[in-house]
Design a protein. Structure first.
Length: 170
């Protein structure tokens, strides 16, 4: 009779164990869920604003945020404000937050920052664009689409601003 605890592992068992260790160390990046976290539309001068003959002027504000959720999960959020003005009157004001939960594991801190700052917003932004376009059009305003964003340039600009604000003042 052979004792199971003392028998050496077969090469197949050794390779299987090594394979599972390699799988555990493999980089992980998965989209778990995309959702509209917050959204509001105000049309303070309706219905009179619909009678305006002036060309609308659009103003945009865009920012990102992130929140570590634990267990290798992170929420990445894009916040957008669009203001449409007809002269000095506000046609509409839209504020929206589109977010997603991502699983990110087994990557360096630098790679993690790039994923959260560039790749994740690139995935989330089309959902925000579609939701804002739909909301504005359903509110009886002319069709509207947010422009494409170069998220790498946006990230680099945000990093430069952070470095500038963190620099000691002389």
């Amino acid at each position: 009779m052979t004792d199971k605890n003392n028998t050496p592992e077969s090469p197949a068992q050794t390779n299987k164990a090594a394979g599972s260790e390699a799988d555990a160390a493999r980089p992980v990046f998965n989209l778990q869920r995309v959702y509209l976290k917050d959204c509001s539309l105000e049309a303070p001068h309706a219905p009179h604003i619909f009678l305006e003959n002036q060309e609308p002027r659009l103003e945009f504000q865009l920012d990102t945020a992130e929140q570590e959720l634990g267990n290798n999960l992170v929420e990445v959020l894009i916040r957008c404000t669009v203001t449409c003005r007809f002269g000095d009157r506000v046609g509409f004001l839209v504020e929206a937050k589109e977010a997603a939960i991502f699983e990110i594991a087994n990557v360096s801190d630098e790679q993690r920052a790039l994923l959260k700052g560039i790749t994740c917003p690139t995935i989330v932004y089309p959902y925000l664009r579609a939701n804002l376009s739909d909301l504005i059009q359903r509110s009886s305003f002319p069709p509207f689409h947010l422009a494409e964003i170069n998220w790498e340039a946006f990230y680099q600009q945000k990093q430069a601003q952070k470095a500038e604000s963190d620099a000691p003042r002389q």
